[in-house]
Design a protein. Structure first.
Length: 132
């Protein structure tokens, strides 16, 4: 097979994408972590970890997690400052403390780099944690 500039570029781009995906997945498998920051005049603090357990991912809010309140808070994912409404993991179970949410196996967890505490009623973030 003759390698042209175009085929070389396509092969390099595909390899780079595969390496990026593999690196992101490996980082998540090792336990990607972040710390919440409040949004929309809410106080949201504490840690979050995304861990792989068997063949599934779990979003785990830390023992130190705290939200000052809000109507109908949800746990969801996002990327680079943008909330993804298709990634709701469920209602926030408690305003404080450790909580676990299973990421559906059909979701590409590597496509997200943030965990959101989202107010479904107002349509605003209550807290965001960048995970890496």
């Amino acid at each position: 097979m003759t390698m042209t500039r175009r085929s070389l570029f396509v092969a390099a781009a595909a390899t780079g994408a595969a390496l990026t995906f593999a690196g992101t997945t490996a980082a998540l498998a090792g336990g990607a972590k972040g710390t919440f920051e409040g949004r929309s005049n809410h106080v949201t603090t504490g840690s979050v970890t995304v861990v792989k357990e068997g063949d599934r991912y779990i979003v785990e809010l830390g023992d130190d997690f705290s939200l000052d309140g809000g109507p109908d808070p949800r746990v969801a994912l996002g990327k680079d400052g943008t909330y993804d409404p298709d990634t709701k993991l469920g209602a926030l179970l408690n305003l404080t403390g450790k909580q676990r949410y299973v990421v559906p196996a059909t979701w590409d967890i590597s496509a997200h780099n943030e965990v959101y505490i989202w107010c479904e009623v107002a349509g605003v973030p209550l807290g965001v944690a960048k995970i890496n």
